[in-house]
Design a protein around this ligand. Structure first.
Ligand SMILES: CCCCCCCC(=O)SCCNC(=O)CCNC(=O)[C@H](O)C(C)(C)COP(=O)(O)OP(=O)(O)OC[C@H]1O[C@@H](n2cnc3c(N)ncnc32)[C@H](O)[C@@H]1OP(=O)(O)O
Length: 184
């Protein structure tokens, strides 16, 4: 992965460990919001990704590229592929049981992805330091060990629930996830 210093963990970063009460190995991770473009089951044109965590610290997901996702005729749009990378990384940070948002996303496109492709994605964390999580993802064509078509490195920042209350609709999150409180 061509990664900038901004998405490279510092020497003091630590690797995450599975958290008590987190999903069991092999568990499917639910959507964080039903209206989310990346994972929401109610979104009419979204990617509707679902992910599985094999071990409590990484996630895998598949995304079938459809005609709604084209850039060039017959080929996936690069922005849609970046969205898929952002979302699978977002599903990974959900395992940390604290709210994070994308601060920076870097993407390498290595091969065109035709419509009809099943993209096998994997995301993992390279280290955490304070509020910062340094993350990486890849998408492979056709199978978990197929050719890599897209790679991403990201910096996510932990925020409080007030981030969503101040800038968005925190109540919509709380309505779906009763474990979250805006002013705990
Ligand atoms: C519970 C429901 C979960 C739902 C999840 C949904 C996830 C999403 O939708 S993400 C959407 C897209 N992302 C966003 O909208 C985020 C927009 N950005 C922001 O809100 C802010 O810039 C935010 C929160 C990332 C950082 O702001 P703030 O909290 O004030 O922190 P700030 O002091 O600026 O930065 C903290 C550290 O991160 C670094 N940093 C912040 N942004 C970046 C960046 N883009 N690149 C590199 N470093 C950065 C800062 O330099 C600082 O580093 P240091 O501590 O070493 O000085």
């Amino acid at each position: 992965m061509t990664r900038s210093a901004l998405t490279t963990p510092p020497p003091d970063a630590v690797l995450p460990r599975p958290l008590p009460g987190g999903p069991a190995p092999g568990a499917t991770l639910g959507s964080h919001y039903s209206g989310c473009f990346g994972c929401g089951e109610d979104h009419p044109t979204g990617l509707r990704l679902t992910a599985v965590t094999p071990d409590g610290v990484t996630v895998v997901a598949t995304f079938t590229v459809g005609t709604a996702h084209q850039g060039a005729p017959g080929l996936a749009h690069g922005g849609v592929l970046a969205t898929a990378m952002d979302e699978v990384i977002g599903m990974l940070v959900w395992l940390f049981q604290r709210p994070y948002v994308t601060a920076r996303l870097e993407t390498d496109y290595l091969a065109p992805v035709p419509v009809g492709t099943v993209l096998h994605m994997r995301a993992w964390c390279n280290g955490m330091s304070g509020r910062k999580a340094y993350l990486e993802a890849e998408g492979r064509i056709g199978s978990p060990d197929g050719p890599v078509a897209v790679r991403a490195a990201a910096l996510f920042i932990e925020v409080g629930m007030e981030h969503f209350a101040e800038h968005g609709d925190a109540q919509a999150i709380i309505d779906e996830h009763h474990e979250y409180e805006v002013n705990p």
